[in-house]
Design a protein around this ligand. Structure first.
Ligand code: ADP
Ligand code: ASP
Ligand code: MG
Length: 467
């Protein structure tokens, strides 16, 4: 079998955790499997790098120097704890120091320029993975595994949509096979960086925050892997975020569609694009816990076994805003909805959810918080005439809200789910600002005040998830 194993930030967060990863990988190798390991940056490192970049642009150079020292220490600690070979230790110490010197140079130029480009964000943001992979590979070798690393910018070719790049799968397939198959055929474990790609010209890109999960399935598809394993810090995909609801349950099997919907609506456990490369090939994905490696976790497949529950999970998305187009004169006027959506689509604003009241006096769009001011601007321009005639009275934004989504494919066959959800919220006095049900009926989404989001998730979970 050929298996891709991706380990997230907390799974590689310290020397001790990395030693645990080596054991998990060894167990796969012992079964006679070919193994490709995809590693994230150590936990917190990507955030720290991007924060230092931002501070540099704001003129705070002290923060940059502090970050450089902090990251150097963090990685040298791992080298000193896990790398026994003296020459390897010296080499890694030098390459790590050099990489952080380049980080300092890059941030210093941002400090001078006072402006951050998406390209610079990727050059800096990808450093955590690039620092860790050579160290981890040497640690694996010192633990008795044969391992060799390749940086993913040599494997994954992407477009130049920096900060959220998409792979070109045909080119990636050629590159990844050429670089990785010889390592596997040689009986070694191949190790690579998550999160990273490069344009055709070789400029570094990233796949978006949390993108190492996506790296794993891109590589899995390119190498025709038999399975992709995502090792994280919880027992698989759960009925909701266990940080909000500690009694959340593991979903033992879910479909690609359900996994996509749960992640799209905020279940951070996998990146929303993770299933794209493998769903068509029907490659199974397992979500597993590196802190509890014997737990079976979640299997994501095309046709999951039913567990008798209509609801798969409850999620919350924050940092969104509700944009409302409102006016008594809108009633019965055809084309307002179409013009609303075309106007925001032209601006490439992503609409997460829509809802229209039955009285037709308003249309609401849920958009990411950062794009809300632009959405209002384009809608005011689009409806200038209607606003002058007072057929449309306002276009306005409500922020500090959250979308709560209740996801499950069996919902479409089961009446009464909505009633139970609304009942649960009413019982806890939580006000619902807007409601929408997607045509897929995979999910029921509603909008509440952000301050009530956690309570809404808890109330719905309590009332509809069966033990
Ligand atoms: P990694 O560093 O391994 O990529 P992440 O922090 O990105 O891990 O994702 C794992 C986290 O996702 C968990 O610690 C958990 O708090 C959160 N999470 C949110 N929703 C869910 C869910 N439905 N099931 C499991 N975990 C979830
Ligand atoms: N290190 C990257 C991030 O924090 C990618 C990942 O962890 O998946 O976003
Ligand atoms: Mg993640």
């Amino acid at each position: 079998m050929r298996v891709v194993m991706k380990f997230g930030g907390t799974s590689v967060g310290s020397a001790e955790r990395l030693a645990g990863v080596a054991e998990i990988v060894r167990a796969q190798v012992k079964r006679g499997n070919q193994v490709i390991v995809v590693l994230s940056a150590m936990s917190g490192v990507t955030n720290t790098l991007l924060a230092a970049l931002k501070e540099s642009a704001n003129g705070n150079i002290a923060k940059l120097l502090q970050t450089r020292d902090e990251l150097l220490k963090k990685h040298l600690d791992v080298i000193n704890a896990l790398v026994r070979d003296e020459t390897a230790r010296q080499n890694l110490t030098t390459t790590t120091t050099d990489a952080l010197d380049r980080f300092e140079d890059l941030c210093s130029s941002i400090y001078v320029l006072g402006e951050i480009t998406p390209r610079a964000t990727d050059a800096v943001g990808s450093l955590g993975e690039r620092l860790l992979v050579p160290i981890a590979t040497q640690a694996f070798n010192d633990a008795g595994l044969r391992a060799q690393w390749v940086a993913a910018n040599e494997l994954i070719m992407t477009d130049d949509n920096f900060v959220a790049a998409s792979p070109f799968m045909d080119e990636t397939r050629v590159q990844a096979r050429a670089k990785l198959l010889p390592i596997l055929e040689n009986g070694s474990v191949a190790v690579t960086t998550g999160f990273i790609g490069a344009t055709k010209k070789g400029i570094l890109t990233t796949l978006g925050r949390g993108g190492s999960d996506y790296t794993a399935t891109i590589i899995g598809a390119a190498l025709d892997a038999d399975e992709v394993q995502i090792w994280t810090d919880v027992n698989g995909v759960m009925t909701t975020d266990p940080r909000i609801v500690p009694e959340a349950l593991t979903l033992s099997e879910i479909s690609y569609g359900e996994a996509a919907e749960l992640s799209y609506f905020g279940a951070k456990v996998i990146h929303p694009k993770t299933i794209l490369p493998v769903a068509e090939k029907n490659t199974p994905i397992r979500i597993l816990n590196s802190f509890e490696p014997t737990h079976p976790g979640t299997l994501i497949v095309r046709d999951p076994k039913s567990n008798g529950s209509t609801i798969r999970g409850i999620t919350a998305i924050r940092n969104v805003a509700l944009v409302t187009v409102e006016g008594r004169g809108m009633q019965g006027v055809p084309g307002i909805a179409a013009r609303t959506f075309s106007a925001v689509a032209r601006e490439k604003i992503n609409v997460l959810m829509i809802s229209q009241s039955s009285s037709e006096q308003n249309i609401c769009l849920l958009v990411e918080l950062a794009s809300a001011p632009r959405a209002v601007q384009v809608l005011q321009a689009e409806f200038r005439g209607e606003m002058a005639a007072q057929n449309i009275e306002h276009v306005w934004v409500q922020d500090q809200i959250a979308i709560i989504a209740v996801v499950g494919s069996a919902m479409k066959k089961t009446p009464g789910v909505a009633a139970r959800v609304f009942g649960a919220l009413a019982n806890d006095n939580i006000n619902i600002i807007a409601i929408a049900q997607g045509s897929s009926e995979y999910n029921l989404s509603l909008v509440v005040n952000e301050s009530e989001a956690d309570n809404a998730v808890r109330a719905i979970h309590r009332s509809i998830v069966k033990k």
